[in-house]
Ligand binder design. Structure first.
Ligand SMILES: Nc1ncnc2c1ncn2[C@@H]1O[C@H](COP(=O)(O)OP(=O)(O)OP(=O)(O)O)[C@@H](O)[C@H]1O
Length: 328
């Protein structure tokens, strides 16, 4: 980000009590199938929120409703203080969207396309938000400077994905929706993209709602993680909070006298201290494993249904089946 960045910070303007996203009782029915039954959540300025959930859980549907691209069946939705179902162009200029794929304009050159889209945002510049984002700065921010003169149809999948992101950012949005933004990116591009998301949130206070199937990415990028399953948000919090709330325990593994032991406890530090007090030097291969986001995710999705519409109801989670102390 350039030195100009901080001067372009967005301000808390017309939203509801500081909430950029405020969703209550959102429902979506396709035909006779309820995909979203009761989705409720909020997000504040500068927050990065990851929406997780199995295939078909309704993540894209939710995002499209918030973007104003899809009409909801019921519920209250406020995005930047406005109902997206009735939003105008000025509202749209404050919202950035990165769709799952961008396949048009193959004959256009990269810089040319971004500059072209940028012109749409000129009327929506304000004293505090200069729109659009300068094309060369934007190209640099998404790592496309060297391909600026290339035709879009010659870009690789990952390079196109960077262009998707640039298109979402060209209007300097206050709120950015990213639907599976890193699908198809190589590890380096992914790393650079993560740095860009962090910069947008930290320097510009851009609020970001992203969907991903990469739990490590969600844990790394998001201030908050929401899990959508069975038509509802079944978890909302930091990765640590979710792990603590769901699993509530650490797993301690060790060897002693040639045997392997496993113990599940909410107080692993005290347990390990006592273990050493009792067995001292005889303890070997000690390992303390906190519940991971993956454990939490699997437990919650299992407990609240398959994620898709009409999934099974309550079922014992993986975490519920843990034994107390076992040896092998
Ligand atoms: N226009 C539509 N008409 C009917 N059903 C639809 C429509 N769009 C989506 N669905 C259904 O709604 C459900 C949720 O789809 P959605 O794409 O929102 O899920 P998702 O969580 O984004 O999935 P994925 O992780 O696979 O991208 C799916 O069962 C899908 O088949």
């Amino acid at each position: 980000m350039n030195s100009e960045g901080k001067g372009l910070m967005t301000t808390n303007t017309s939203d509801d009590g500081g909430f950029v996203l405020d969703v209550e009782g959102l429902r979506m029915r396709y035909g006779t199938t309820d995909v979203l039954r009761e989705v409720t959540f909020r997000a504040r300025h500068g927050e990065v929120v990851a929406l997780l959930g199995p295939n078909g859980a309704g993540k894209t549907t939710t995002i499209e409703i918030l973007e104003g691209f899809r009409m909801r069946s019921a519920g209250r939705v406020s995005v930047l203080g406005t109902d997206p179902a009735h939003a105008d162009e000025a509202w749209r200029a404050r919202v950035g969207v990165v769709l799952q794929s961008w396949r048009d304009h193959g004959k256009w050159r990269v810089r040319e396309l971004l500059a072209h889209f940028g012109t749409y945002y000129v009327p929506y510049a304000t004293d505090t938000v200069r729109r659009p984002w300068d094309t060369d700065e934007l190209l640099a921010a998404v790592g496309l400077s060297e391909l600026a003169g290339d035709k879009i149809r010659t870009l690789s999948g990952g390079q196109r994905r960077r262009l998707d992101v640039a298109i979402g950012l060209v209007g300097r949005p206050e709120l950015l929706f990213l639907d599976e933004p890193t699908a198809g990116l190589d590890p380096r591009a992914r790393h650079e993209f993560h740095a860009l998301v962090n910069r947008l949130a930290a320097e510009h206070r851009t609020t970001i709602l992203l969907t991903t199937h990469d739990l490590a990415e969600a844990e790394k990028l998001a201030d908050r993680i929401m899990i959508l399953s069975g038509g509802r948000i079944v978890a909302d919090g930091t990765a640590d909070e979710l792990a603590r709330r769901t699993a509530g325990a650490d797993e301690v593994r060790w060897t002693c006298g040639g045997r392997r032991f496993t113990h599940v406890t909410a107080e692993s530090t005290r347990f390990v201290r006592e273990l050493f007090r009792e067995h001292g030097e005889a303890i070997g291969e000690l390992e303390v494993r906190r519940a991971s986001l993956e454990d939490t995710y699997m437990t919650l999705v299992h407990r609240h249904g398959s994620g898709g519409p009409g999934g099974p109801g309550e079922a014992a989670g993986a975490g519920d089946a843990r034994a107390a102390v076992t040896s092998r």
